[in-house]
Design a protein around this ligand. Sequence first.
Ligand code: ZN
Length: 326
Amino acid sequence: MVQILEFSLPLRMKMNFGLTFRAVKGLCMVKHSRQYSHGSIGLFVPPSPPVDPEKVKELQRFITLSKRLLVMTGAGISTESGIPDYRSEKVGLYARTDRRPIQHGDFVRSAPIRQRYWARNFVGWPRFSSHQPNPAHWALSNWERLGKLHWLVTQNVDALHTKAGSQRLTELHGSMHRVLCLHCGEQTARGVLQGRFEALNPTWSAEAQGLAPDGDVFLTEEQVQSFQVPSCARCGGPLKPDVVFFGDTVNPDKVNFVHRRVKEADSLLVVGSSLQVYSGYRFILTAREKKLPIAILNIGPTRSDALACLKLDSRCGELLPLIDPH
Ligand SMILES: [Zn+2]
C-alpha cells in the first residue's frame, strides 16, 4: 500500500511564509524555508550526520562483492528532488500536517471524492510532473548500465527512476504518470488527461491558477463541485491514477515477480525507505530467508535495521555517487 496525498499539500510548503506557517506544525519548516529556496532539498530531507568515510568503504565493499544486486527504493530517495516523504521526523508529511492519504475504497465508491481528488491533482500536476531525478537516481541508472544491478524495485510513484533511464525496474505501487480506467482497465498517460481537464474546465482552470500563483491550493467547495472530471474515452468508466492507494493491495503477479527477482539476487540494498509498509517489507523477509546480505541507506531508523549487516544514515544523493559500481 502506498500513501498518495493529493498534490496540494506538498505544494503548500512553498515560498509564502504566512501560508506555510499556517499549514505546518512547529517551527522547523519555517526555519528550513528561509535557509533554502523552494523545491530545494532542504525542505524535505531530514538532517543527517556527515558522511562517515569508514561506512562508505563498507558500502563500497558490499557493492563490489555483489554480482546480482537488488535495490529497493522508497520516498527517501526522492526527497532530494523536492518530493516530501511521509514518515521522516519533522520534515515528513505526517509530522508536518494533519492530512492523511486517500483511501482506495472511498475513491472507488464516491464520485464526489473522485471529483475532489482530481481537482487538486489537476492543479498540482504541472509541478509534480516537473520534478527531476537527483544524483541517487542517476547513480542507480548508471549501475544498471554497467551491469551491476540485477533489479530495481521502487515504492515511489513519481517516475523519477524512469526519468533517469532505469529499465530493470518494478514500480511496486504504480506511477502517477499513468491513469487507469476502473471499468475496462485501459491505461493512458497522465499528461494526456491534463489536456482533457483543461478542455472541460477552461474557466475553472484560470480561476484556480489565479488563486494559486505559487501552487498553494485552497479549493472552495464551489470550485470542487464545478470541476468537470472526464471519464474513460473508451468505455466511459471512472478514471484513477495507476497507483496503489492506501487500503488497496499490490497485484499478486507483480509481487510474485519481485519475489523471484529477490531469490535470484545475491544481495539487497535498501535506499531511502523506513520499510514500515508491508508491501516493501515482505521482500526483506524473503531476502532474510535466502540469507542475503542486506545493507540499508536511510536517514533514521527502519523496520529492518536489526537484519542489516550495514546501516548508513546519509543522504542518498550524497552517498551513492561516491560508490564505484565496477
Ligand atoms: Zn474504460
